[in-house]
Design a protein around this ligand. Structure first.
Ligand code: 5RP
Length: 224
């Protein structure tokens, strides 16, 4: 199975978990994009689904496909959010933010009754941090000072888009912090979040209710 076919299988499996009508959190990334395509098909078929996008990219896609959206201000009562992830631990803790949207994704996730993560098998790891650095969104003011504080946790790399700094939807910057295998994702999330200048981290601890993993044998449902 190609990675693209696996992403598509996971995204389609997530469509089965949606209520007949309701509010759906729309994740970000190449797998979530396939899910949003599927939501649009359901809406075209008459399903009363309304979205809350986790990024401007997902908003543009949803609008172009005719998915009705709620306003950005919240509060929302989201029935199900479906999103991707970069790394998934056996405890279903996650590293997210490969697309630089983890701050919004975390806000939407916290407003959701059910959080479903869609991945292919390449995203599974024995210990979080083994395969992926932790993306940290920081305020532009004093960002080099914040980076110095982050360097106490691992190797810090400023995220770039080509030669320019990567700027998030909220106008902030991202530093990727390679920390290696993480003994306690809960403690690390707490410590990084407490640093001045940090907006949010890509550590999602205890937030995924269900992870749909697509591989050669089909889609496995992992639940907390
Ligand atoms: C964006 C994310 C994505 O969900 C994550 O990077 C996975 O993306 P993809 O499905 O393209 O592998 O967290 O901020």
């Amino acid at each position: 199975m190609t990675p693209e076919a696996a992403k598509s299988a996971a995204a389609r499996a997530a469509l089965e978990l949606l209520p007949p009508s309701g509010v759906i959190g729309l994740g970000t990334g190449s797998t979530a994009k396939l899910f949003i395509d599927g939501v649009a098909e359901l809406v075209r078929g008459g399903r009363q689904l309304v979205g809350v996008p986790t990024s401007e990219q997902s908003r543009r896609q949803a609008e172009a496909l005719g998915i009705p959206l709620l306003g950005d201000e919240g509060p929302w009562s989201i029935d199900v959010t479906v999103d991707g992830a970069d790394e998934v631990s056996p405890a279903l803790d996650l590293i997210k933010g490969g697309g630089g949207c983890h701050a919004r994704e975390k806000i939407v996730s916290a407003a959701s009754k059910l959080n479903v993560i869609v991945v292919d098998e390449s995203k599974l790891s024995e210990t979080l941090g083994q395969r992926w650095a932790v993306p940290v969104e920081v305020l532009t003011f004093g960002h080099a000072a914040t980076a110095r504080l982050l360097s106490g946790f691992g190797v810090v790399t400023p995220r770039k888009r080509g030669d320019a700094a990567w700027v998030t939807d909220a106008g902030n910057l991202i530093y990727d912090v390679a920390v290696g295998p993480i003994a306690s994702p809960t403690a690390l999330e707490r410590e990084l979040s407490a640093l001045p200048g940090v907006v949010d981290t890509g550590l999602f601890v205890g937030r995924a209710d269900r992870v749909l993993v697509a591989g050669a044998d089909g889609v496995r449902h992992l639940t907390r």
